[in-house]
Design a protein around this ligand. Structure first.
Ligand code: BES
Ligand code: ZN
Ligand code: ZN
Length: 511
Protein backbone atom coordinates (compact mmCIF):
# COMPACT_ATOMS: atom_id res chain seq x y z
CA UNK A 1 0.00 0.00 0.00
CA UNK A 2 1.10 3.54 -0.76
CA UNK A 3 1.86 5.49 2.39
CA UNK A 4 1.16 9.16 2.65
CA UNK A 5 3.10 11.24 5.19
CA UNK A 6 1.02 13.34 7.53
CA UNK A 7 2.38 16.05 9.80
CA UNK A 8 1.01 18.78 12.00
CA UNK A 9 2.82 22.10 11.80
CA UNK A 10 2.70 25.47 13.54
CA UNK A 11 4.68 27.16 10.78
CA UNK A 12 2.95 30.17 9.23
CA UNK A 13 0.87 28.73 6.42
CA UNK A 14 2.14 31.22 3.82
CA UNK A 15 5.69 29.91 4.25
CA UNK A 16 4.79 26.29 3.43
CA UNK A 17 5.61 25.12 -0.05
CA UNK A 18 2.93 22.78 -1.46
CA UNK A 19 0.91 22.02 -4.57
CA UNK A 20 -2.32 23.02 -2.90
CA UNK A 21 -3.32 24.95 0.19
CA UNK A 22 -6.82 24.10 1.42
CA UNK A 23 -9.13 26.17 3.62
CA UNK A 24 -12.55 25.03 4.84
CA UNK A 25 -15.22 27.59 5.62
CA UNK A 26 -18.71 27.29 7.06
CA UNK A 27 -21.80 28.83 5.52
CA UNK A 28 -23.24 31.79 7.46
CA UNK A 29 -26.71 33.32 7.40
CA UNK A 30 -26.87 36.12 4.80
CA UNK A 31 -23.20 36.99 5.00
CA UNK A 32 -19.93 35.74 3.60
CA UNK A 33 -18.18 32.90 5.40
CA UNK A 34 -15.77 33.90 8.15
CA UNK A 35 -12.25 33.21 7.03
CA UNK A 36 -8.53 33.79 7.29
CA UNK A 37 -7.21 37.14 6.10
CA UNK A 38 -5.31 35.56 3.20
CA UNK A 39 -8.51 34.51 1.49
CA UNK A 40 -10.94 37.08 2.83
CA UNK A 41 -10.84 39.30 -0.23
CA UNK A 42 -11.53 36.71 -2.95
CA UNK A 43 -14.08 34.85 -0.77
CA UNK A 44 -16.06 38.04 -0.19
CA UNK A 45 -15.90 38.97 -3.86
CA UNK A 46 -17.11 35.50 -4.83
CA UNK A 47 -19.91 35.82 -2.25
CA UNK A 48 -21.02 39.18 -3.70
CA UNK A 49 -21.12 37.65 -7.17
CA UNK A 50 -23.16 34.74 -5.73
CA UNK A 51 -20.45 32.29 -6.88
CA UNK A 52 -19.61 30.97 -3.43
CA UNK A 53 -21.30 31.05 -0.04
CA UNK A 54 -19.69 28.14 1.80
CA UNK A 55 -22.36 25.53 1.09
CA UNK A 56 -21.21 21.91 1.35
CA UNK A 57 -19.53 20.74 -1.88
CA UNK A 58 -18.97 24.36 -3.10
CA UNK A 59 -15.36 25.04 -4.00
CA UNK A 60 -13.39 28.10 -4.96
CA UNK A 61 -9.96 27.81 -6.50
CA UNK A 62 -7.50 30.62 -7.08
CA UNK A 63 -3.84 31.31 -7.45
CA UNK A 64 -1.75 33.11 -4.86
CA UNK A 65 -0.32 35.82 -7.09
CA UNK A 66 -3.87 36.86 -7.93
CA UNK A 67 -4.74 37.17 -4.25
CA UNK A 68 -2.07 39.49 -3.02
CA UNK A 69 1.48 39.48 -4.23
CA UNK A 70 2.97 40.99 -1.10
CA UNK A 71 1.71 38.14 1.08
CA UNK A 72 3.99 35.86 -0.92
CA UNK A 73 2.13 32.62 -0.30
CA UNK A 74 4.36 29.73 -1.26
CA UNK A 75 1.61 27.26 -2.24
CA UNK A 76 0.85 27.05 -5.96
CA UNK A 77 -2.94 26.93 -5.63
CA UNK A 78 -5.48 27.80 -2.97
CA UNK A 79 -8.71 25.89 -2.63
CA UNK A 80 -11.53 27.11 -0.40
CA UNK A 81 -14.05 24.38 0.39
CA UNK A 82 -17.54 24.98 1.70
CA UNK A 83 -18.64 22.91 4.70
CA UNK A 84 -22.28 23.99 4.78
CA UNK A 85 -23.84 25.13 8.04
CA UNK A 86 -22.22 23.56 11.11
CA UNK A 87 -25.15 23.50 13.50
CA UNK A 88 -24.75 22.95 17.22
CA UNK A 89 -27.79 20.72 17.40
CA UNK A 90 -26.59 18.49 14.59
CA UNK A 91 -26.20 14.84 15.55
CA UNK A 92 -22.56 14.11 16.56
CA UNK A 93 -22.21 11.25 14.10
CA UNK A 94 -23.63 13.41 11.28
CA UNK A 95 -21.04 16.16 11.88
CA UNK A 96 -18.30 13.56 12.06
CA UNK A 97 -19.42 12.07 8.77
CA UNK A 98 -19.68 15.50 7.16
CA UNK A 99 -16.04 16.19 8.02
CA UNK A 100 -14.95 12.79 6.77
CA UNK A 101 -16.79 13.58 3.53
CA UNK A 102 -15.01 16.92 3.26
CA UNK A 103 -11.74 15.04 3.76
CA UNK A 104 -12.77 12.72 0.92
CA UNK A 105 -13.62 15.71 -1.25
CA UNK A 106 -10.17 17.15 -0.59
CA UNK A 107 -8.64 13.95 -1.94
CA UNK A 108 -10.86 14.24 -5.03
CA UNK A 109 -9.82 17.86 -5.56
CA UNK A 110 -6.18 16.82 -5.28
CA UNK A 111 -6.70 14.21 -7.95
CA UNK A 112 -8.16 16.85 -10.27
CA UNK A 113 -5.14 19.12 -9.89
CA UNK A 114 -2.70 16.20 -9.54
CA UNK A 115 -1.57 17.69 -6.22
CA UNK A 116 0.89 15.50 -4.33
CA UNK A 117 1.80 17.75 -1.43
CA UNK A 118 -0.90 19.73 0.32
CA UNK A 119 -1.38 21.95 3.32
CA UNK A 120 -4.71 21.97 5.14
CA UNK A 121 -5.71 24.82 7.43
CA UNK A 122 -7.84 23.17 10.07
CA UNK A 123 -11.09 25.01 10.82
CA UNK A 124 -12.35 25.37 14.39
CA UNK A 125 -15.45 23.19 14.77
CA UNK A 126 -16.82 24.00 18.22
CA UNK A 127 -19.12 20.97 18.44
CA UNK A 128 -16.25 18.52 17.91
CA UNK A 129 -13.09 20.17 19.18
CA UNK A 130 -9.65 20.10 17.54
CA UNK A 131 -8.82 16.43 18.16
CA UNK A 132 -11.96 14.97 16.61
CA UNK A 133 -11.89 17.51 13.76
CA UNK A 134 -8.34 16.52 12.84
CA UNK A 135 -9.19 12.83 13.18
CA UNK A 136 -12.15 13.09 10.78
CA UNK A 137 -10.24 15.07 8.17
CA UNK A 138 -7.24 12.75 8.23
CA UNK A 139 -9.47 9.67 8.09
CA UNK A 140 -11.61 11.03 5.25
CA UNK A 141 -8.63 12.16 3.22
CA UNK A 142 -6.77 8.87 3.41
CA UNK A 143 -9.92 6.84 2.77
CA UNK A 144 -10.82 9.08 -0.16
CA UNK A 145 -7.29 8.99 -1.60
CA UNK A 146 -7.35 5.18 -1.75
CA UNK A 147 -6.41 3.50 -5.01
CA UNK A 148 -5.29 -0.04 -5.90
CA UNK A 149 -2.52 0.19 -8.47
CA UNK A 150 -0.52 -2.95 -7.74
CA UNK A 151 -1.28 -4.56 -11.10
CA UNK A 152 -1.40 -1.34 -13.20
CA UNK A 153 1.97 -1.71 -14.86
CA UNK A 154 1.32 0.52 -17.89
CA UNK A 155 -0.10 3.33 -15.79
CA UNK A 156 2.90 3.13 -13.44
CA UNK A 157 5.29 3.40 -16.38
CA UNK A 158 3.45 6.43 -17.70
CA UNK A 159 3.79 8.09 -14.31
CA UNK A 160 0.03 8.66 -13.91
CA UNK A 161 -1.19 10.42 -10.77
CA UNK A 162 -0.77 7.99 -7.88
CA UNK A 163 -2.28 9.97 -5.01
CA UNK A 164 -1.13 12.15 -2.14
CA UNK A 165 2.44 11.99 -0.87
CA UNK A 166 2.37 14.56 1.89
CA UNK A 167 -0.36 16.18 3.94
CA UNK A 168 0.50 19.01 6.34
CA UNK A 169 -2.10 20.16 8.82
CA UNK A 170 -1.54 23.71 9.81
CA UNK A 171 -2.78 24.88 13.17
CA UNK A 172 -1.84 27.68 15.52
CA UNK A 173 -3.12 26.23 18.77
CA UNK A 174 -4.12 22.81 20.23
CA UNK A 175 -1.17 21.24 18.43
CA UNK A 176 -1.02 18.24 20.73
CA UNK A 177 -4.72 17.41 20.45
CA UNK A 178 -4.49 17.90 16.71
CA UNK A 179 -1.56 15.46 16.54
CA UNK A 180 -3.51 12.94 18.62
CA UNK A 181 -6.53 13.26 16.36
CA UNK A 182 -4.52 12.90 13.17
CA UNK A 183 -2.88 9.78 14.55
CA UNK A 184 -6.23 8.17 15.36
CA UNK A 185 -7.61 9.00 11.93
CA UNK A 186 -4.50 7.63 10.24
CA UNK A 187 -4.57 4.34 12.18
CA UNK A 188 -8.24 3.78 11.33
CA UNK A 189 -7.98 4.77 7.68
CA UNK A 190 -4.80 2.80 7.02
CA UNK A 191 -6.37 -0.32 8.53
CA UNK A 192 -9.50 0.10 6.40
CA UNK A 193 -7.33 0.64 3.31
CA UNK A 194 -5.40 -2.54 4.10
CA UNK A 195 -8.72 -4.41 4.20
CA UNK A 196 -9.56 -2.88 0.79
CA UNK A 197 -6.18 -3.97 -0.59
CA UNK A 198 -6.74 -7.55 0.57
CA UNK A 199 -10.20 -7.53 -1.01
CA UNK A 200 -8.95 -6.06 -4.29
CA UNK A 201 -6.51 -8.94 -4.66
CA UNK A 202 -7.90 -11.60 -6.98
CA UNK A 203 -8.61 -15.19 -5.96
CA UNK A 204 -5.16 -16.18 -7.23
CA UNK A 205 -3.49 -13.31 -5.36
CA UNK A 206 -5.09 -13.68 -1.94
CA UNK A 207 -5.52 -17.23 -0.68
CA UNK A 208 -5.54 -18.76 2.78
CA UNK A 209 -1.74 -18.53 2.65
CA UNK A 210 -1.78 -14.74 2.22
CA UNK A 211 -4.15 -14.44 5.19
CA UNK A 212 -1.71 -16.43 7.28
CA UNK A 213 1.39 -14.59 6.04
CA UNK A 214 -0.15 -11.19 6.70
CA UNK A 215 -1.21 -12.22 10.21
CA UNK A 216 2.26 -13.55 10.95
CA UNK A 217 3.86 -10.25 9.97
CA UNK A 218 1.36 -8.31 12.09
CA UNK A 219 2.19 -10.55 15.03
CA UNK A 220 5.94 -10.00 14.60
CA UNK A 221 5.56 -6.26 14.16
CA UNK A 222 3.22 -5.62 17.08
CA UNK A 223 3.91 -8.43 19.54
CA UNK A 224 0.63 -10.29 18.96
CA UNK A 225 0.29 -14.05 19.35
CA UNK A 226 -0.07 -15.86 16.04
CA UNK A 227 -1.45 -19.34 15.54
CA UNK A 228 -2.39 -21.05 12.31
CA UNK A 229 -4.35 -24.27 12.28
CA UNK A 230 -3.41 -26.32 9.23
CA UNK A 231 -5.49 -29.02 7.55
CA UNK A 232 -4.03 -31.77 9.73
CA UNK A 233 -4.89 -29.81 12.89
CA UNK A 234 -8.43 -29.30 11.63
CA UNK A 235 -8.76 -33.04 11.06
CA UNK A 236 -7.54 -33.77 14.58
CA UNK A 237 -9.90 -31.18 16.04
CA UNK A 238 -12.88 -32.37 14.03
CA UNK A 239 -13.56 -29.16 12.12
CA UNK A 240 -15.86 -30.80 9.61
CA UNK A 241 -17.28 -27.52 8.26
CA UNK A 242 -14.16 -25.85 6.95
CA UNK A 243 -12.75 -29.19 5.81
CA UNK A 244 -15.91 -29.92 3.80
CA UNK A 245 -15.88 -26.52 2.11
CA UNK A 246 -12.21 -26.98 1.25
CA UNK A 247 -12.65 -30.49 -0.21
CA UNK A 248 -13.04 -29.26 -3.79
CA UNK A 249 -9.99 -27.00 -3.68
CA UNK A 250 -6.31 -27.49 -4.52
CA UNK A 251 -5.30 -24.93 -1.89
CA UNK A 252 -5.26 -26.08 1.75
CA UNK A 253 -7.50 -24.35 4.29
CA UNK A 254 -6.13 -22.34 7.20
CA UNK A 255 -7.64 -21.08 10.45
CA UNK A 256 -5.66 -17.96 11.23
CA UNK A 257 -5.66 -16.69 14.81
CA UNK A 258 -4.22 -13.48 16.28
CA UNK A 259 -4.38 -12.60 19.95
CA UNK A 260 -3.84 -9.26 21.58
CA UNK A 261 -3.66 -9.23 25.39
CA UNK A 262 -3.39 -5.91 27.24
CA UNK A 263 -1.08 -5.62 30.25
CA UNK A 264 -3.89 -5.24 32.77
CA UNK A 265 -6.51 -7.95 33.19
CA UNK A 266 -9.46 -7.10 30.97
CA UNK A 267 -12.42 -8.30 28.95
CA UNK A 268 -11.83 -10.13 25.71
CA UNK A 269 -13.62 -9.45 22.45
CA UNK A 270 -13.54 -12.24 19.89
CA UNK A 271 -13.82 -11.26 16.23
CA UNK A 272 -14.49 -13.91 13.59
CA UNK A 273 -14.40 -13.08 9.86
CA UNK A 274 -15.46 -15.15 6.86
CA UNK A 275 -12.39 -15.72 4.74
CA UNK A 276 -13.71 -17.34 1.55
CA UNK A 277 -11.05 -16.22 -0.91
CA UNK A 278 -13.25 -17.18 -3.85
CA UNK A 279 -16.79 -18.53 -3.80
CA UNK A 280 -17.71 -20.46 -6.93
CA UNK A 281 -20.64 -22.02 -5.09
CA UNK A 282 -18.99 -25.45 -5.26
CA UNK A 283 -21.16 -28.22 -6.78
CA UNK A 284 -24.19 -25.92 -6.31
CA UNK A 285 -22.34 -23.67 -8.73
CA UNK A 286 -23.16 -19.98 -9.09
CA UNK A 287 -24.22 -18.39 -12.38
CA UNK A 288 -21.14 -17.25 -14.34
CA UNK A 289 -22.28 -13.66 -14.74
CA UNK A 290 -20.75 -11.59 -11.97
CA UNK A 291 -18.97 -14.57 -10.43
CA UNK A 292 -15.70 -12.63 -10.47
CA UNK A 293 -17.10 -10.51 -7.62
CA UNK A 294 -16.92 -13.55 -5.40
CA UNK A 295 -13.24 -12.80 -4.84
CA UNK A 296 -14.70 -10.32 -2.34
CA UNK A 297 -16.15 -13.14 -0.25
CA UNK A 298 -13.23 -12.73 2.15
CA UNK A 299 -14.14 -9.17 3.16
CA UNK A 300 -15.22 -10.27 6.64
CA UNK A 301 -11.85 -11.93 7.21
CA UNK A 302 -10.07 -8.89 5.80
CA UNK A 303 -11.98 -6.58 8.16
CA UNK A 304 -11.01 -8.67 11.17
CA UNK A 305 -7.35 -8.96 10.19
CA UNK A 306 -7.04 -5.25 9.38
CA UNK A 307 -8.66 -4.42 12.72
CA UNK A 308 -5.82 -6.34 14.37
CA UNK A 309 -3.34 -4.06 12.63
CA UNK A 310 -4.99 -1.05 14.30
CA UNK A 311 -5.16 -2.95 17.60
CA UNK A 312 -1.46 -3.76 17.34
CA UNK A 313 -0.65 -0.10 16.74
CA UNK A 314 -2.91 1.35 19.44
CA UNK A 315 -2.66 -1.34 22.13
CA UNK A 316 -6.12 -0.71 23.64
CA UNK A 317 -7.08 -1.68 27.18
CA UNK A 318 -9.41 -4.50 26.10
CA UNK A 319 -8.22 -7.88 24.83
CA UNK A 320 -8.99 -8.75 21.21
CA UNK A 321 -8.75 -12.12 19.49
CA UNK A 322 -9.26 -12.55 15.76
CA UNK A 323 -10.13 -15.85 14.09
CA UNK A 324 -10.26 -16.14 10.31
CA UNK A 325 -11.33 -19.42 8.74
CA UNK A 326 -9.86 -19.21 5.25
CA UNK A 327 -10.35 -21.30 2.12
CA UNK A 328 -11.87 -20.98 -1.32
CA UNK A 329 -15.10 -22.78 -2.26
CA UNK A 330 -14.40 -24.82 -5.37
CA UNK A 331 -15.94 -27.77 -7.19
CA UNK A 332 -12.95 -30.11 -7.67
CA UNK A 333 -13.52 -33.84 -7.96
CA UNK A 334 -13.55 -34.45 -4.24
CA UNK A 335 -15.85 -31.51 -3.49
CA UNK A 336 -18.55 -31.85 -0.86
CA UNK A 337 -21.88 -32.97 -2.39
CA UNK A 338 -25.39 -31.72 -1.73
CA UNK A 339 -26.83 -34.29 0.69
CA UNK A 340 -23.54 -34.99 2.46
CA UNK A 341 -23.61 -34.89 6.25
CA UNK A 342 -20.77 -33.30 8.18
CA UNK A 343 -19.84 -32.93 11.86
CA UNK A 344 -18.75 -29.56 13.19
CA UNK A 345 -16.09 -28.87 15.85
CA UNK A 346 -18.66 -28.84 18.67
CA UNK A 347 -20.23 -32.15 17.56
CA UNK A 348 -23.30 -30.67 15.87
CA UNK A 349 -24.06 -32.53 12.62
CA UNK A 350 -25.28 -30.79 9.50
CA UNK A 351 -26.86 -31.86 6.26
CA UNK A 352 -25.33 -29.91 3.38
CA UNK A 353 -28.25 -29.16 1.09
CA UNK A 354 -26.54 -26.38 -0.84
CA UNK A 355 -22.75 -26.16 -1.14
CA UNK A 356 -23.05 -22.43 -1.89
CA UNK A 357 -24.12 -21.83 1.72
CA UNK A 358 -20.48 -22.37 2.70
CA UNK A 359 -19.86 -19.27 4.80
CA UNK A 360 -21.89 -20.53 7.75
CA UNK A 361 -20.05 -23.88 7.56
CA UNK A 362 -16.62 -22.34 8.07
CA UNK A 363 -17.86 -19.76 10.58
CA UNK A 364 -19.52 -22.49 12.66
CA UNK A 365 -16.18 -24.19 13.35
CA UNK A 366 -14.40 -20.88 13.89
CA UNK A 367 -17.01 -19.61 16.37
CA UNK A 368 -17.17 -22.84 18.37
CA UNK A 369 -13.36 -23.14 18.43
CA UNK A 370 -12.79 -19.48 19.29
CA UNK A 371 -15.31 -19.53 22.11
CA UNK A 372 -13.99 -22.78 23.57
CA UNK A 373 -10.36 -21.69 23.37
CA UNK A 374 -10.60 -18.06 24.50
CA UNK A 375 -13.85 -17.86 26.58
CA UNK A 376 -14.45 -14.31 25.35
CA UNK A 377 -16.84 -11.81 26.97
CA UNK A 378 -18.48 -11.33 23.60
CA UNK A 379 -18.08 -12.49 20.03
CA UNK A 380 -18.83 -10.64 16.82
CA UNK A 381 -18.67 -12.35 13.46
CA UNK A 382 -18.64 -10.53 10.14
CA UNK A 383 -19.37 -12.08 6.78
CA UNK A 384 -20.56 -11.56 3.22
CA UNK A 385 -23.04 -14.25 4.08
CA UNK A 386 -26.28 -13.92 2.13
CA UNK A 387 -27.68 -12.40 -1.04
CA UNK A 388 -30.89 -12.00 0.98
CA UNK A 389 -29.44 -9.15 3.03
CA UNK A 390 -28.89 -7.17 -0.18
CA UNK A 391 -32.53 -7.76 -1.12
CA UNK A 392 -33.67 -6.54 2.29
CA UNK A 393 -31.32 -3.64 3.05
CA UNK A 394 -29.75 -2.81 -0.28
CA UNK A 395 -26.26 -1.32 -0.21
CA UNK A 396 -26.78 1.14 2.64
CA UNK A 397 -27.04 -0.88 5.86
CA UNK A 398 -25.34 -4.05 7.03
CA UNK A 399 -27.57 -6.59 8.75
CA UNK A 400 -27.08 -7.28 12.45
CA UNK A 401 -28.45 -10.26 14.35
CA UNK A 402 -27.68 -10.76 18.01
CA UNK A 403 -28.66 -12.55 21.19
CA UNK A 404 -27.68 -9.56 23.34
CA UNK A 405 -29.29 -6.09 23.47
CA UNK A 406 -26.29 -4.32 25.04
CA UNK A 407 -23.85 -5.64 22.47
CA UNK A 408 -26.35 -4.63 19.80
CA UNK A 409 -26.52 -1.06 21.16
CA UNK A 410 -22.73 -0.85 21.31
CA UNK A 411 -22.34 -2.01 17.75
CA UNK A 412 -25.09 0.21 16.38
CA UNK A 413 -23.43 3.25 18.01
CA UNK A 414 -19.97 2.21 16.83
CA UNK A 415 -21.29 1.71 13.30
CA UNK A 416 -23.17 5.01 13.27
CA UNK A 417 -20.07 6.98 14.30
CA UNK A 418 -18.03 5.19 11.64
CA UNK A 419 -20.57 5.95 8.90
CA UNK A 420 -21.20 2.22 8.64
CA UNK A 421 -24.83 1.85 9.74
CA UNK A 422 -26.27 -1.42 11.00
CA UNK A 423 -29.87 -2.61 11.07
CA UNK A 424 -31.00 -5.31 13.47
CA UNK A 425 -33.08 -8.25 12.27
CA UNK A 426 -34.91 -10.66 14.59
CA UNK A 427 -33.87 -14.21 15.44
CA UNK A 428 -36.60 -16.27 17.04
CA UNK A 429 -37.39 -19.97 17.21
CA UNK A 430 -39.52 -19.95 14.04
CA UNK A 431 -36.39 -19.24 12.00
CA UNK A 432 -34.43 -21.92 13.83
CA UNK A 433 -37.17 -24.38 12.86
CA UNK A 434 -36.56 -23.61 9.20
CA UNK A 435 -33.14 -25.25 9.39
CA UNK A 436 -34.23 -28.48 11.09
CA UNK A 437 -33.07 -31.52 9.11
CA UNK A 438 -34.69 -34.94 8.83
CA UNK A 439 -31.35 -36.73 8.91
CA UNK A 440 -28.96 -34.50 10.92
CA UNK A 441 -29.12 -31.97 13.78
CA UNK A 442 -29.49 -29.08 11.34
CA UNK A 443 -29.27 -28.38 7.59
CA UNK A 444 -27.32 -25.58 5.95
CA UNK A 445 -30.20 -23.80 4.19
CA UNK A 446 -33.59 -22.77 5.48
CA UNK A 447 -35.66 -22.31 2.35
CA UNK A 448 -36.37 -19.28 0.23
CA UNK A 449 -37.56 -16.77 2.81
CA UNK A 450 -35.68 -14.96 5.54
CA UNK A 451 -32.33 -16.19 4.23
CA UNK A 452 -30.23 -13.74 6.24
CA UNK A 453 -31.91 -14.80 9.46
CA UNK A 454 -31.83 -18.54 8.80
CA UNK A 455 -28.09 -18.19 8.11
CA UNK A 456 -27.72 -16.54 11.53
CA UNK A 457 -29.94 -19.27 13.02
CA UNK A 458 -27.35 -21.77 11.78
CA UNK A 459 -24.54 -19.85 13.50
CA UNK A 460 -26.54 -19.66 16.75
CA UNK A 461 -25.81 -23.38 17.25
CA UNK A 462 -22.11 -22.61 17.77
CA UNK A 463 -21.98 -19.78 20.26
CA UNK A 464 -23.19 -21.42 23.45
CA UNK A 465 -24.41 -18.65 25.82
CA UNK A 466 -21.78 -16.10 24.79
CA UNK A 467 -23.09 -12.60 23.96
CA UNK A 468 -22.91 -12.71 20.18
CA UNK A 469 -23.59 -10.50 17.20
CA UNK A 470 -23.46 -11.41 13.55
CA UNK A 471 -22.90 -8.77 10.86
CA UNK A 472 -23.97 -9.63 7.32
CA UNK A 473 -22.01 -7.31 5.00
CA UNK A 474 -22.93 -8.90 1.66
CA UNK A 475 -24.50 -5.60 0.52
CA UNK A 476 -21.89 -3.24 1.93
CA UNK A 477 -18.50 -4.95 1.57
CA UNK A 478 -18.34 -3.52 -1.92
CA UNK A 479 -20.77 -1.24 -3.79
CA UNK A 480 -21.43 0.40 -0.39
CA UNK A 481 -23.33 3.76 -0.43
CA UNK A 482 -21.06 5.93 -2.53
CA UNK A 483 -19.46 8.82 -0.68
CA UNK A 484 -16.34 10.87 -1.30
CA UNK A 485 -14.40 8.65 1.09
CA UNK A 486 -16.00 5.35 -0.03
CA UNK A 487 -14.77 4.62 -3.54
CA UNK A 488 -16.28 2.09 -5.91
CA UNK A 489 -15.06 -1.42 -5.12
CA UNK A 490 -14.31 -2.81 -1.67
CA UNK A 491 -15.24 -0.45 1.18
CA UNK A 492 -13.21 -1.85 4.07
CA UNK A 493 -16.45 -1.99 6.03
CA UNK A 494 -16.29 -3.26 9.58
CA UNK A 495 -12.77 -2.11 10.40
CA UNK A 496 -13.69 1.34 11.71
CA UNK A 497 -16.84 0.04 13.41
CA UNK A 498 -14.77 -2.58 15.26
CA UNK A 499 -12.16 0.01 16.13
CA UNK A 500 -14.83 2.28 17.64
CA UNK A 501 -16.19 -0.66 19.64
CA UNK A 502 -12.68 -1.48 20.89
CA UNK A 503 -11.63 2.10 21.62
CA UNK A 504 -14.80 2.78 23.63
CA UNK A 505 -14.91 -0.54 25.47
CA UNK A 506 -15.09 -0.24 29.25
CA UNK A 507 -14.22 -3.15 31.50
CA UNK A 508 -17.31 -5.23 32.31
CA UNK A 509 -18.62 -3.72 29.06
CA UNK A 510 -21.77 -5.78 28.83
CA UNK A 511 -22.50 -6.17 32.54
N1 BES B 1 -21.02 -15.39 -0.63
C1 BES B 1 -22.39 -15.67 -0.82
C2 BES B 1 -23.31 -14.53 -0.44
C3 BES B 1 -23.27 -13.30 -1.29
C4 BES B 1 -24.12 -13.15 -2.35
C5 BES B 1 -22.42 -12.27 -0.97
C6 BES B 1 -24.10 -12.00 -3.10
C7 BES B 1 -22.41 -11.11 -1.72
C8 BES B 1 -23.25 -10.97 -2.77
C9 BES B 1 -22.80 -16.87 0.01
O1 BES B 1 -21.84 -17.82 0.23
C10 BES B 1 -23.93 -17.54 -0.70
O2 BES B 1 -23.73 -18.00 -1.78
N2 BES B 1 -25.10 -17.56 -0.08
C11 BES B 1 -26.26 -18.11 -0.66
C12 BES B 1 -26.98 -18.92 0.39
C13 BES B 1 -28.09 -19.77 -0.16
C14 BES B 1 -27.52 -20.88 -0.97
C15 BES B 1 -28.89 -20.31 0.99
C16 BES B 1 -27.15 -16.97 -1.15
O3 BES B 1 -27.26 -15.96 -0.49
O4 BES B 1 -27.70 -17.11 -2.25
ZN1 ZN C 1 -21.70 -19.26 -1.34
ZN1 ZN D 1 -19.85 -17.11 0.19
Amino acid sequence: MKTTRLTVTERPVETIDSDLLIYCVAEEKNKPPLCDHFIKDPVEKAFDLKDFSGKAEEQLMFYPSSVSAEENIKARRILVMGMGKIEKEKDFSKTVDLLREIGGNMAKACKKTKAKTITVCLPAIQTLGPEKTAECFAEGMLLGDYRFLKYKEISKKKGDYAGLKMIRFSCTNSVNSTRKGVKKGVVAARAACEARDMANEPGNGWTSREFADYAKILAQTHGLTYTCLEKKDMKKLGMGGILAVNQGSAIPPRMVILEYKPEKKSDTILLVGKGITFDSGGISIKPSSGMEEMKYDMCGGAAVLATMQAVGEEKPSVGVVAVIPATDNMSGSSAVRPGDIIRHFNGVTSEIVNTDAEGRMILADALAYGIKTFTPDCVVDIATLTGAVVVGLGHHYSGLISNNDKLTDRLICAGKDAGEPLWRLPLTKEYKKQIESKVADIKNVGGRWGGTITAAAYLSNFIDKTPWAHLDIAGTAWDFTEKSYIPKGPSGIGVRTFLNLIRDWKKGGLA
